[in-house]
Design a protein around this ligand. Sequence first.
Ligand code: NAP
Length: 239
Amino acid sequence: MKTALITGGAQRIGAQITQTLHENNYNVIIHYRHSEQEALALAQQLNNKRSNSATTLQAELSNLDAVKTLANAIDSLDILVNNASVFYPTPINEASQNSWNQIMATNLIAPFFLSQTLAPTLLKNNGCIINIVDVHAERPLKNHSIYNISKAGLAMMTKTLAKELAPNIRVCGVSPGSIIWPENEAKLTEDQKNKMLSKIALERQGDAGDIANTVLFLANSPYITGQIINVDGGRTLNQ
Ligand SMILES: NC(=O)c1ccc[n+]([C@@H]2O[C@H](COP(=O)([O-])OP(=O)(O)OC[C@H]3O[C@@H](n4cnc5c(N)ncnc54)[C@H](OP(=O)(O)O)[C@@H]3O)[C@@H](O)[C@H]2O)c1
């Protein structure tokens, strides 16, 4: 039985990746930060389907010590899915060092040091790392410079680690387009949503299953490394 760690795996896209990998015979470690109830409920639901197949681990990924503690709590791993991320606008005239530190730490520094700390066990298992990037890693989203820079870094991390960790560990990425509308401070108006939808060639949002299925495809593709697949309904055709 193979084991996958999904960061931010209790909610939204992360929860779907967790469920899809589990349905395909992976044991899952569901990482969460604040979503304890959702993580425990999801683990319970998966353990009801197959006993001892899901566990949870809490960690604040903007804290490097917590990142290392999380990684060191894991004995054996086949897939690391770096999914957790923060997303909110940082217009250049308002961007603060706090936002820079929080977004970079969560979206870029944590995936790097999780990969480093978990590399020895991934190497033993011929495992892989799958980074959830964003189409905005290449084509910037206005007023989100820090987020764009963090995801551009994650895209380069995918390629540079694919080179360095080959031939025993593969490193790939999935770049979602518009999948689930952002919440809280990043919430969009109906006008903004319609404008975004009008740019998608397939004329609709994707769903979390589109991302999870691509993660599964990459997990099952032993001759693919260093590649990042856009799952965006053709949105980048119109950008
Ligand atoms: N939604 C989209 O349409 C879309 C589009 C493009 C790219 N993406 C990418 O796809 C991935 C999933 O997207 P999503 O919208 O499902 O993500 P999300 O809901 O914004 O965040 C996923 C999880 O990340 C965790 N997280 C955030 N900051 C954290 C921190 N400092 N430490 C630990 N965990 C932290 C949260 O866990 P807790 O809830 O436990 O606190 C959260 O549930 C992300 O990498 C995102 O950038 C999504």
